[in-house]
Design a protein around this ligand. Structure first.
Ligand code: NAD
Ligand code: TYD
Length: 362
């Protein structure tokens, strides 16, 4: 029997994956309940990404979408959201998410990813006392980076021991352990997913794919870390969100599911493919773009290869990727070409002023 939910709190819903998830739930998944988007609006959070969704499903529309500016580290704010909206599910995406930033400033990663997750779990446990399996669910969105780094062969399975190597992945590993501890110790109904690298619309242009697209369009160098031969397994964001929704509905409580693209690319090869697509879509010269590839100093502790075995999710819950890489990349490039204003605003900080004028601080 599939679970159904009346009110889902999505944390980090103003970020890349969270905004795509909210859009997907309302517009594609046929979700009929309410969504409360709880987000602190850090540099990575931009409610403008959901302006159309807010107009259609918010207070002026169907009255099923709510935005609350709040920090998951602030227990009183999280308690207030539970008291005001009485959610029966949490889908937890709020996090500090960029590895390079975690190397420069790890503290926010520990406070948000570890303590913030703890705070949410603890408030959910208290709020859901007396309501057990089948009535509530805490879904935690995590990363394959908790498993560490692979050599040339092998795959991460759900049984692979955790071996995080960056402050980002260590903080996500800590949050994963707390989620499972709350299940085993207090009986909190939880599901957990560990996903490979996502790409798609609304991704903050500090991550590889949008950064490269914008640098190509703006005539800037294309910085490749180290020898460019690190490997990532890429998945279109909507395929990730379809998997998360599948797991929330039908995943077994207390279990984790790997989500992946089965789509491994060396960074330098991926960049070559991206150059061809940008050249075609934007009418630029591929040779000139290639001449801007610049090898730069490697990221400290740079994980060599990630590759996901997602056969549990495919076999047990029937999920499958729906977008090919070429299709997804072309779609993404077209989105960034059509949303240069969004890119300029997230980078200039102008969206912060937009936030101040469009949302009341709670
Ligand atoms: P993102 O950086 O684009 O968005 C994160 C969001 O969380 C932002 O809206 C930000 O404002 C919010 N946030 C940050 N700190 C907060 C706090 N203390 N309180 C409330 N909100 C806060 O991240 P993303 O790429 O969308 O990733 C979402 C989740 O998915 C993260 O948990 C990440 O670890 C996980 N994940 C990401 C990828 C990927 O490739 N991007 C892959 C696997 C898993
Ligand atoms: P990133 O998008 O930061 O994701 P993650 O580190 O979480 O996998 O980086 C993806 C890969 O691209 C990673 O191997 C680092 C590399 N990279 C570059 O070579 N140049 C860049 O400018 C960036 C941002 C990343």
């Amino acid at each position: 029997m599939a679970r159904s939910f009346d009110t889902i709190v999505v944390t980090g819903g103003a970020g890349f994956i969270g905004s795509n998830l909210i859009r997907y739930l309302f517009e594609k998944a046929g979700y009929r309940g309410r969504i409360v988007n709880l987000d602190a609006l850090t540099y990575a959070g931009n409610p403008e990404s959901l302006a159309d969704i807010a107009a259609k499903y918010g207070q002026e529309g169907e009255g099923r979408y709510f935005f609350v500016k709040a920090d998951i580290r602030d227990r009183a704010s999280v308690e207030r959201v539970f008291a005001d909206y009485r959610p029966d599910a949490v889908c937890h995406l709020a996090a500090e998410s960029h590895v390079d930033r975690s190397i420069l400033g790890p503290e926010a990663f520990v406070t948000t990813n570890v303590i913030g997750t703890f705070t949410l779990l603890d408030v959910a446990k208290e709020a859901w006392k007396g309501r057990g399996e089948g009535e509530t669910l805490f879904h935690h969105v995590s990363t394959d980076e908790v498993y560490g780094s692979l050599g040339e062969t092998g795959y991460f399975t759900e049984e692979t021991p955790y071996d995080p190597r960056s402050p980002y992945s260590a903080s996500k590993a800590g949050s994963d352990h707390l989620v499972m501890a709350y299940h085993h110790t207090y009986g909190l109904p939880v599901t957990l997913s560990n996903c490979s690298n996502n790409y798609g619309p609304y991704q903050f242009p500090e991550k590889l794919i949008p950064l490269m697209i914008l640098n190509m369009l703006e005539g800037k160098p294309l910085p490749v870390y180290g020898d460019g031969r690190n490997i990532r397994d890429w998945l279109y964001v909507e395929d990730h969100n379809a998997a998360v929704w599948t797991i929330m509905q039908r995943g077994e409580s207390g279990r984790s599911y790997n989500i992946g693209g089965e789509n491994e690319w060396e960074n330098i090869r991926l960049l070559g493919r991206l150059i061809e697509i940008v050249a075609k879509e934007a009418g630029l010269d591929a040779g000139e773009l290639r001449s801007r590839i610049t090898y730069v100093k490697d990221r400290p502790g740079h994980d060599r290869r990630y590759a996901i075995d997602c056969s549990r999710l495919k076999r047990e819950l029937g999920w499958a990727q729906a977008h090919s890489f070429d299709e997804g990349l072309a779609e993404t490039v077209r989105w960034y070409l059509a949303h240069k204003d969004w890119c300029a605003r997230v980078r200039s900080g102008e969206y912060r002023r937009w936030v101040e004028t469009n949302y009341e601080r709670r």
